[in-house]
Design a protein around this ligand. Sequence first.
Ligand code: APR
Length: 229
Amino acid sequence: MKKKLVVLSGAGMSQESGIRTFRDMGGLWEEYDVMEVATPEAWERNPELVMKFYNDRRKQLYECEPNAGHRGLVGLEQDFEVHIITQNVDDLHERAGSSKVLHLHGELKKSRSSVDESLIYDIGGWELKFGDRCAKGSQLRPHIVWFGEAVPAMDEAIPIVQQADILVVIGTSLNVYPAAGLVHNTSKGTPIFVVDPERPSGFIRNVSYIQEKAGKGVEILKEKLKELR
Ligand code: APR
């Protein structure tokens, strides 16, 4: 039986694909006030700005391709049962070919009803418009988990991390909860690898740091994992 390798990815995973991270220098939250574009209150107050923010992100996503890091994780499926849990709303893990991808913070290419969160749709292009409605007649909103909203995918993510034989954390500053708390759900003794040019804090034990960008870092990771197959 293959060992279970769980990857928690964040914005740094897609940086080499040309997608900006949030909290690095030049990150998105330097240019935008998170409270103005990524909260339910912002959607109430200024839906035009929120809509434009996500339409811009989506338009840009169509110009991006998966990078060597995404592709390297697909290759790991030969030797491991790989589960990717991502905070990213892009679809680059899927486009690279990873088979098990769980999105914690929603998906940029999807919309959802503003009255019934089980109604989720593919947008089918870059633009979500005012007047685009769900089956129940309400305006569609971006399928994004905004600050202050619940993260329903955590219920699925926690047991996956609890059962991990190996945890790999790539490109996340671990600033945003509850996602960041997942690293504490591993069972005792589970090796943890961190791929990030910086060293996110908050780990307690069993951590190996690979201080590289995702592309090169995943290559180094693969070498290290050979001993753990
Ligand atoms: N490869 C790997 N890691 C990188 C790279 C790279 N090429 N470039 C930057 N990084 C690292 C940074 O050092 C940092 O630790 O990626 C991390 C990015 O952190 P954040 O910008 O805070 O992104 P993330 O942790 O994914 O943010 C979490 O915050 O606003 C939200 O909802 C949004 O899902 C997002 C959440």
